[in-house]
Design a protein around this ligand. Sequence first.
Ligand code: AMP
Ligand code: GLY
Length: 425
Amino acid sequence: MKVLVIGSGAREHALCRSLSLDPDVTALHCAPGNAGIAEVAELHPVDALDGAAVAELAAGLGAELVVVGPEAPLVAGVADAVRAAGIPVFGPSGEAAQLEGSKAFAKDIMAAAGVPTARSYVCTTAEEVAEALDAFGAPYVVKDDGLAAGKGVVVTEDLDEAKAHAAGCDRVVIEEFLDGPEVSLFAITDGESVVPLQPAQDFKRALDGDEGPNTGGMGAYSPLPWADPKLVEEVLETVLRPTVNELRRRGTPFSGLLYAGLAITGRGVRVIEFNARFGDPETQVVLARLKTPLAGVLLAAANGTLADLAPLRWSEDAAVTVVVASHNYPGAPRTGDPITGLAEVAAEDAPHAYVLHAGTKQDGGAVVSAGGRVLSVTATGTDLTEARERAYRAVDRIRLDGSQHRTDIAAKAAREAQAAQAARA
Ligand code: AMP
Ligand code: GLY
C-alpha cells in the first residue's frame, strides 16, 4: 500500500514511524513533513490547507491511502477533496470536523446526543459574557469558539483576565469548571463502527506542577494505571457511540479519529472537548503501544469496513513522551537554533527511546528548530517508571539552546503505580 501522510508535527512523525514498520506499506510519503520524518518517508512540499493541491499530489504519487494529521486541513475540507478524487482518506469531512472547529457546534451535538459535558453558554457580547461568568463563578473557563491550536482556552480565578480573553474573541463558550483528572481517549471510526484505542493523559500546562499557560501539550503517557478498567467501555457507550450516531443522523458522518478529551469528575465522566484528529502528544504514546499494523486499521476506517477488523492488539508496555519546546514557547517561540545529541540517542537509547520531530528542519548539515514544540522524546518500558527513566535519559542528551521541557511527565502516575505494587507485594 502506498501511503501519503499530510502534516509536519510529532504526531505525523509517530504516524509515519508506525506506518514505516508496517509490512503492508510499500511506499511512504509525507507532505510537508520535517527533518525527522525525512528519515522514514519521502517528503513533498505542499500547502496542507489546499485540498486540490493535496489531492493532486496524492494522485500523482499513486497513493492508496491519505492520512490527514492536523485539524486545520480537516476543517478546511482537505479530506473531502481527496475523497472526491476517488482516493481513500483517513480523516473526517470539513463538516464533520466542525466537531473540533467550533466549540459551539460540539456543544450542540453533545446536547442532542445526550453526551455528558460541562454546562455552557455561547456568548457574543460583553454583557452576555459578564452574565455567564457571574452565573458559573470562579474558576472561570473561557473558550474561543474557533480553532486556536490548544491556546484558545483560559481557565482562571481572575474575573478581569476571563473578561479580557473573551473580549479578544468573536464568539466564546463560557462553561462550568470541571474538576478531576483529564483523560484523552481516541477512537477510530468509519462513521458507523467505533474502535476505541488505549487511553492516555496529556500535560497541557507549560510548567511543572501544571503551572503556567496552556500549550498544545508538553508530554503524555499511557496506560493510566489509576483509571477504572471499565473507563474505556463506559466512554464508548456514553460518549463515542452517541456522538458518531448523532453525526451520521445529521447526514454528516464522521470517519477518521474521534478524540474525546475527558474530565473524570466526582459526578462522573464529562467531555471537555472533542478533536477531529489524533492528539499530539498522546498519539506518540498510544501508537508506541499498538501492535496491530497501522495501515490496515486506517484504511478500514477510510473504506467503511471497520466492522470486519480483528480486535486491536496492544503491548503490555508503558510509554512516556516528553516534549522539548523552544525558548519562549507558547508565546513567541524562538526558532533557527541548532539541535544536537540526536545521533547519541539513536546510538545509545534505541529501540526503547527515540526522538520524534515536531518543529524541525534541515539547514545545511544541521537540524535546527523551526517551531514552538520541537521534539517529542518517546520511550517504552515495562512500567511507567522505566519508560520515564528512558525518556528523560534521552532528553538529557539533547542540546537546544534556550529549550524547555517539563520534568514531571507521568511522575505522579509512576509513583502511585509503584506504591500500589508495593502494597500488593
Ligand atoms: P480544550 O482546548 O477545550 O481542551 O481546553 C484546554 C484545557 O483547558 C483542557 O485540557 C483543560 O485542562 C482546561 N479546560 C477546558 N475546559 C475546562 C473546564 N470546563 N473545566 C476545567 N478545565 C477546563
Ligand atoms: N494534546 C492535545 C491536542 O492534541 O489537542
